[in-house]
Write a protein that binds this ligand. Structure first.
Ligand SMILES: NC(=O)c1ccc[n+]([C@@H]2O[C@H](COP(=O)([O-])OP(=O)(O)OC[C@H]3O[C@@H](n4cnc5c(N)ncnc54)[C@H](O)[C@@H]3O)[C@@H](O)[C@H]2O)c1
Ligand SMILES: O=c1ccn([C@@H]2O[C@H](COP(=O)(O)OP(=O)(O)O[C@H]3O[C@H](CO)[C@@H](O)[C@H](O)[C@H]3O)[C@@H](O)[C@H]2O)c(=O)[nH]1
Length: 442
């Protein structure tokens, strides 16, 4: 099959590379010249484990091509995937400008019957609107059929997820188009669910909203655990053993971030609001998350009346481990608060430093390693649970910091282990360990 993928971000590039890997001839099209230049040379512009090898392999085997020329990309494709961004508008609704621009370019250049697959996350009803837009602008006498195929991959394990996902959802009003897309996806060996277009669109938002709800729920339980003397890790394990609840997505912390949950929960609020439905539960999920992202700051303020001039390190900037993505990361919320208080902030992340620099500029100091970030600091905030960060021996905090005070937003350390060291340790949903030296000072 001759496939074009429009948009080469986290979803588009992974989709393009993996569709090439299963035997298709794939052209990845993007409007970003610099990105395309890099990819032509086999350089992956994002950090995504396993992607570079697979991309290089498929370029070498002449199944994978890159272009910024819309005509070349669209003219003779059998199937075109739209995987451009759908960022948040100021009112929380999804910005569909890029999807619409792609659809218009497709209408302009396509010269034969083609299927357009919308992979981008779009509000319910968008696929129908895009079909109407294309019908209005396409050449007469050809059929361009829109199919919804939302994506469920996670950043940091995107390539793995393409081959091991739980399901592939295909929403279509046209049986023939649906079966062609099902056929393309067969080699991935993942169960395929076929629905109407609107249900497919809703599955994507409902899945993300449900996962976000699990996180806000466990974070609320964690906050109560702290007050009643229970341990959230034990509680999460205990409830997760119930098969009806399941063990996944019950990790308490400093809230969800990233390019999806924050924007998609807000977009679903808008989708509901547009049909005059007040989604009270989801509204609370979002409210809880906003509060939870401030948790470490709130806890620090309970201990120090002022953070002015305090030397603090922030370990981890990415919104989760194994990605360079800092969109809606809890780290940014915390760092802004610390800077407002005029703390002296040093940051470290194994791969997200470049992206962070473009947002934080020279307002913080960038350390070359986790250890050098700790040297001489008074306080450390653990924000992202990279293995490299989780593996820092507790003795290193003692060696590098004078009297270590750790605020751990991801519960990286075992409390019994921490107690063996002269460390003040404050985590999420567990008892605080306050070292005697701090008690004396207070
Ligand atoms: N990131 C994820 O983990 C993830 C997972 C599932 C679904 N999604 C959804 O997939 C979509 C893409 O997300 P992303 O994170 O990959 O976005 P991204 O911002 O990383 O990449 C979008 C790309 O589209 C390009 N683009 C913009 N307009 C274009 C046009 N008219 N033609 C061609 N290219 C164009 C941009 O230059 C950019 O390279 C969004 O709707 C998102 O909600 C994302
Ligand atoms: O138990 C948990 C699990 C996750 N998180 C946080 O939740 C956020 C999102 O994590 P994750 O879902 O692993 O990452 P994403 O790459 O954003 O993937 C989500 O968003 C994508 C975009 O829509 C979907 O495709 C995926 O299925 C969905 O998991 C991160 O900040 C995590 O730290 C927690 O706090 N506790």
């Amino acid at each position: 099959m001759k496939i074009t993928v429009a948009g080469t971000g986290y979803v588009g590039l992974v989709t393009g590379v993996c569709l090439a890997e299963i035997g298709n001839k794939v052209t990845c099209y993007d409007i970003d010249e610099q990105k395309v230049q890099k990819m032509r040379q086999g350089i992956v512009p994002i950090y995504e484990p396993g992607l570079e090898e697979l991309m290089k392999k498929n370029i070498a085997e002449e199944r994978l091509f890159f272009t910024t020329d819309a005509k070349t990309a669209y003219e003779s494709a059998d199937v075109i995937y739209i995987a451009v961004g759908t960022p948040e508008n100021e009112d929380g609704s999804a910005n569909l400008t890029y999807v619409e621009e792609a659809a218009l370019a497709i209408s302009h250049y396509v010269k034969k019957d083609t299927i357009v697959v919308i992979k981008s996350t779009v509000p319910v009803g968008t696929n129908d609107r895009i079909q109407a837009l294309i019908n209005e602008h396409k050449l007469p006498g050809i059929e361009i059929t829109v199919v919804s195929n939302p994506e469920f991959l996670r950043e940091g394990s995107a390539v793995y997820d393409m081959f091991h996902g739980d399901r592939i959802v295909i929403g279509a009003n046209d049986e023939r188009a649906a079966s062609i897309i099902a056929e393309i996806n067969k080699p991935f060996g993942i169960p395929i669910i076929q629905t109407d277009i609107r249900s497919a669109e809703m599955i994507k938002y409902a899945a993300n909203a449900f996962l976000a709800t699990k996180i806000s729920f466990i974070n609320e339980i964690a906050n109560i655990c702290e007050k009643v003397g229970a341990n959230i890790d034990d509680v999460a394990y205990g409830i997760g053993q119930d098969k009806r609840i399941g063990p996944h997505f019950l990790k308490a912390g400093i809230g969800y971030g990233g390019s999806c949950f924050p924007k998609d929960t807000k977009a679903l609020m808008q989708i509901a609001g547009n049909v005059h439905y007040q989604f009270d539960l989801l509204e609370s999920v979002i409210k809880v998350n906003n509060k939870q992202q401030l948790l470490l700051y709130t806890k620090a303020k309970e201990i120090f009346s002022s953070l002015r001039g305090k030397r603090v390190a922030v370990l981890g900037l990415a919104f989760k481990p194994n990605t360079d993505d800092i969109r809606e990361a809890a780290s940014l919320v915390l760092i802004q608060k610390l800077l407002n208080e005029q703390a002296e902030v040093t940051v470290y992340d194994p791969v997200a430093m470049e992206n962070a620099k473009s947002v934080l500029g020279d307002s913080v100091r960038y350390a070359r390693s986790a250890i050098s970030a700790l040297a001489g600091q008074e306080v450390v905030f653990i924000v992202t649970e990279w293995d490299e960060i989780k593996d820092i021996p507790l003795s290193t905090y003692v060696d590098e910091m004078k009297e270590p005070i750790i605020f751990d937003g991801r519960n990286c350390y075992d409390l019994k282990e921490v107690e063996k060291y002269p460390i003040t340790y404050i985590s999420v949903g567990r008892r605080n360990i306050i070292h005697a030296s701090l008690v004396e000072k207070r």
